[in-house]
Design a protein around this ligand. Structure first.
Ligand SMILES: Cc1ncc(COP(=O)(O)O)c(C=O)c1O
Length: 423
């Protein structure tokens, strides 16, 4: 049966961005040679024993408590499970000297859904048919932003400036404030910090500047990798919580991706709009995940493990990528993005003689899978060579296998640059 799809049905039944590549990766891995592949494409976090134990302990506590029936056998408030909201407000108020109240918080089924709610409440067409844009101030950014709006034309991204250290083979993106425009046509601003895929951390000053430029336009800061949990920042950063900022937290990289717990923190009027949208869509997020998260946050254990275990785990993997690239890459203009956070490394091969898709396919012949960079520029209309010269490398495999994969990548890089441009 082929049901007739609406315009939105068409839009939402297509895989966008990196999900389309993931289909190819899954087919490759299922092709019978999967044991030979080193797969550095994964976005799934590593199951770290200490973190898994924390969630087991919180589950055991919940099972033994009187709350169990209330948590899993009943519907609850759309805003979220009250003890989780209390734990979050208490933690942030103490840690960052804030005055958050329950009305500043909304729990969503994962943070991706939060951006979907925002994209369709504040982006898209107004009742008088004006297009409100979703501005991504620094491209590349999270590929998922390409699929959040029912009106893809609403997503507009800006090219960054590049700070390049040629001798060290490192680079960093910065927002280009000479280009960035936030106007009355802007519905809201959105960026990830630390950034998936690049690991970039927009500085505290740059965030404040964006928030000031935005004035009373909401600025959603996707903090899926930020402190206090999962604290996957390798450089100093503080959450910037200005009146127009909505801080989006995810517990996925803190070991709970299956439970779908996202947290929006911001101005009460903005949170109310998102809450109503969520009630209409799905009533509320699963309460089991919220209940164990409440325990892990209230005890301080989640923030503690994030800083001491989760961050160290990925930072060590990043060091393996850096040292292996430095030792094995040929003499070509390659640049690794500065390691500022997230669970990925981002490699730029300047003047690459083939495009990122061809390089990805060729690397598969060496038994290595990384993600071609072009799907990470959602909303960027510019024709820019750089979009086809970058790769995302996940830090989720073992250090040994990452080192082997990077050596093979260096070998292929040598081969491709020495062959020169292909017809
Ligand atoms: C930057 C960023 N935002 C949002 C998400 C979605 O996370 P969640 O599992 O909370 O929906 C991801 C997932 O990888 C991400 O990398």
């Amino acid at each position: 049966m082929a049901p007739t799809l609406t315009q939105f049905g068409q839009q939402m039944s297509h895989l966008t961005g990196v999900r389309a590549i993931m289909k190819d990766i899954i087919e490759t891995l299922q092709s019978g040679q999967s044991a030979d592949f080193i797969n550095l494409s994964a976005g799934n976090p590593v199951i770290i024993p200490e973190v898994e134990q924390l969630w087991r302990d919180c589950t055991a506590e919940l099972l033994a408590s009187d709350d169990y029936g209330e948590v899993v056998c009943r519907y609850g408030s759309s805003r979220g499970y009250e003890p989780l909201i209390e734990a979050i407000t208490a933690d942030f108020n103490r840690r960052y000297d804030l005055t958050l109240k329950p009305e500043n918080i909304l729990i969503t089924p994962g943070s991706q859904s939060l951006y979907f709610l925002a994209a369709n409440a504040f982006g898209g067409y107004t009742t008088d048919q004006r297009l409100k844009e979703i501005i991504l101030p620094l491209s590349p950014d999270y590929t998922g932003y390409g699929g959040v709006s029912l009106y893809p034309e609403a997503v507009r991204a800006y090219r960054p400036t590049l700070e390049v250290d040629e001798a060290a083979h490192r680079f960093k993106y910065r927002p280009d404030f000479s280009q960035l425009k936030i106007t009355e046509q802007t519905g809201f601003v959105l960026f990830s910090r630390p950034c998936n895929p690049t690991g970039n951390v927009v500085s505290d000053d740059e965030v404040r500047r964006i928030a000031e430029l935005a004035d009373d336009v909401p600025v959603f800061i996707d903090s899926a990798y930020a402190p206090p949990f999962p604290a996957l920042n390798f450089t100093e950063m503080t959450p910037v919580l200005a009146p127009n900022v909505v801080h989006g937290i995810s517990l996925s990289k803190a070991g709970l991706p299956g439970e779908r717990v996202g947290i929006a923190m911001g101005d009460a009027a903005t949170i109310r709009v998102l809450e109503s949208f969520q009630t209409n869509l799905c009533i509320h997020s699963s309460r089991y995940g919220q209940a164990i998260a409440a325990r892990a946050i209230a005890s301080g254990a989640l923030a503690e493990l994030s800083q001491t275990v989760i961050r160290a785990h990925y930072q060590e993997k990043f060091a393996v990528i850096e040292t292996t690239l430095d030792a094995t890459m040929p003499d070509v203009p390659w640049y690794l993005h500065r390691a500022e956070g997230s669970i990925f490394a981002w490699l730029w091969l300047q003047d690459l003689p083939v495009d990122d898709q061809v390089f990805y396919q060729s690397l598969k012949q060496y038994g290595v899978i990384i993600v071609p960079g072009s799907p990470f520029f959602p909303g960027l209309r510019d024709d820019w060579d750089h979009k086809h010269q970058c790769f995302r490398i996940s830090l989720t495999d073992t250090a040994e296998r990452i080192a082997i994969a990077i050596r093979r990548l260096a070998q292929l890089t040598q081969e491709i640059y020495s062959r020169g441009p292909q017809p």
